[in-house]
Every structure is written in structure tokens, then in C-alpha cells.
Design a protein around this ligand. Structure first.
Ligand SMILES: Nc1ncnc2c1ncn2[C@@H]1O[C@H](COP(=O)(O)OP(=O)(O)O)[C@@H](O)[C@H]1O
Ligand SMILES: [Mg+2]
Length: 257
């Protein structure tokens, strides 16, 4: 809490939905520019609510969020978001899905689309339709689409949650590669403690109802990271720290993948 103007700042955030459900309690956090932060916690604590607030899709009823000094729902800064389900348009090819956000703004930039599809490893599948793609490939398209406006902030809400374990591992590596290649700040919600530790600089633990950030765990692993690091004692110790932090504040068992 020392940076005078952090890239993203949330202070005292609470939210009450119109039906009276109020899942968040006094959330404060800072995301340094270019950092990778993971948020873990049991279902229903308000992780997705917080993510939507950070992205400006939802305006909190209390507290403030500032993205480079401006509330995210008012900022001209593009924000990229990927959800668990790809939400691709089935009648558009991979390239056409990635292009859609630009089309809506009247921007034509074929080179940008091609570069993004290459970045996410989809060369050769540009003209495939979503039904012809595997789940992992469809999520790559969704990732490319989220990056097409060159956002400085990328929000990921359990993006690999619907994928099988092997595909999920591969996507973790892909995401590390993409993050290394781009100057983007990532905030990722995940149910997997191992995924959080492998990818992030810092893991936030959210527990309770209403949800609070009850622990912040710095990940001591060097960069660049790869899957083999899961065997390192530092990795194992960090996973245990996060798991203990969740258990200390929560009766619910968090599924581990
Ligand atoms: N649009 C909404 N209207 C009312 N309640 C909601 C809405 N979205 C989420 N909630 C409720 O807020 C709580 C937190 O949900 P959510 O943020 O999705 O948690 P998580 O992502 O941690 O599982 C849950 O009780 C959920 O039912
Ligand atoms: Mg959620």
C-alpha cells in the first residue's frame, strides 16, 4: 500500500445487489502495473462480483476503484475480460470472432488479428468455426478477442475452469507466454491453488460471507515460470501456505485441481 498512484486501486469496496445480496465486505487492493495477481477462495464469496467491479462492468455501491486514477466504468482504457465460457459467436470463424470488437468500432487491422492468433497459438485455425475447435482452442480465441483492443488490464474469471486437466496445464503455459509477451496487468480468479501459485506474483485469498481478503501470499518463484516448477520445494510450501490461509477462515473444502 505504498505506491502513490497504483495502476489499479480498490478502496473500501462493498456491493449490494438490488435483491439485497451483499457478498463483499470492505475490499481494498492494489495491482501494480504489469503484475499478475490471482484471487482464490470458495464459491460464492464474491470473487466474480469483485472482478466485474474491477473491470467496470459493475459499479460498487460503496468504496471506490481507480484504474490509472479514473473509475473503471468511466475510463477510456480498454479492459480485456475472459470468462469460464468462451461466449464465441458460433457463426463466425476464429478470426472473425477476434475481429468483432474492432469491427464494432469500425477499425480494420488484419495484421493485428493475425499477430494475436499467432500469439495464442492458433495459426492454421483462423478459419475454423467454434464448433470445430476444442475447448482449449476456443478459450484461446476468447483470450485473443479480449486482447484485441490492446488492454493494459486483463481480467480472467476461472478461464480454464471448464477444461480437462491436461488442456488446463497447457493453457497455463500459454497464458504465461502471452503475459510475458505483452505489457499487461493480469487479475485472475481461479479455483485452483496450484494454478494461482504457478502463474501469479501474489495470491489473494478471499473467504467468509461477506467475502474479505483474509490473506495475501507473495509467490517466491523466479520468472520465467514453467510447469516443472511445481516440483520445487518453494512451490509446494507456497501452495500449503495458501491452502492453510483458506482453511483458517473457511469451513468449506476448496476443490483442488
Ligand atoms: N447479479 C446478481 N444479483 C444478485 N446476487 C448475485 C448476483 N451475482 C452474484 N450474486 C450473489 O453474490 C454472491 C457472490 O457471487 P459471486 O461473486 O459470483 O461469487 P464467486 O465468484 O466467489 O463464486 C452469491 O451469493 C451470488 O448468488
Ligand atoms: Mg465466480
Amino acid at each position: 500500500m505504498s505506491d502513490p498512484q497504483p495502476f489499479l486501486l480498490a478502496r473500501g469496496v462493498c456491493h449490494t445487489y438490488p435483491d439485497g445480496v451483499a457478498p463483499l465486505s470492505n475490499i481494498s487492493l492494489e495491482l501494480p502495473a504489469g503484475s499478475f495477481t490471482a484471487l482464490v477462495g470458495p464459491s460464492g464469496v464474491g470473487k466474480s462480483t469483485l472482478l466485474r467491479i474491477l473491470g467496470g462492468l459493475l459499479v460498487p455501491t460503496e468504496g471506490e476503484v481507480l484504474l490509472k486514477g479514473t473509475p473503471p466504468h468511466l475510463t477510456p482504457e480498454p479492459v480485456g475480460i475472459v470468462f469460464q465460457h468462451d461466449n464465441l459467436m458460433p457463426w463466425r470463424t476464429a478470426a472473425e470472432n477476434v475481429r468483432l470488437p474492432l469491427e464494432l468500432q469500425g477499425i480494420r487491422d488484419g495484421e493485428r488479428i493475425a499477430a494475436l492468433l499467432q500469439l495464442v497459438g492458433l495459426v492454421g485455425f483462423e478459419n475454423s468455426y467454434p464448433a470445430q475447435l476444442s475447448g482449449g482452442m476456443a478459450q484461446r480465441v476468447a483470450l485473443a478477442r479480449a486482447l484485441v483492443h490492446r488492454p493494459e488490464l486483463l481480467l480472467l474469471d476461472e478461464p480454464f475452469g471448464a477444461l480437462d486437466a491436461l488442456t488446463r496445464e497447457r493453457m497455463r503455459e500459454e497464458l504465461l507466454r502471452v503475459w510475458n509477451a505483452l505489457p499487461v496487468t493480469v487479475f485472475m480468479v481461479t479455483h485452483s491453488i496450484r494454478e494461482a501459485v504457478l502463474l501469479a506474483d501474489r495470491v489473494l485469498v478471499m473467504t467468509g460471507y461477506p467475502g474479505q481478503i483474509t490473506a495475501t501470499v507473495d509467490v517466491p518463484l523466479p520468472r520465467p515460470r514453467d510447469l516443472l516448477m511445481e516440483g520445487l520445494p518453494e512451490f509446494v510450501a507456497c501452495v500449503r501456505t495458501v491452502r492453510d490461509a483458506i482453511a483458517a477462515h473457511s469451513a468449506e473444502i476448496v476443490p483442488e485441481r
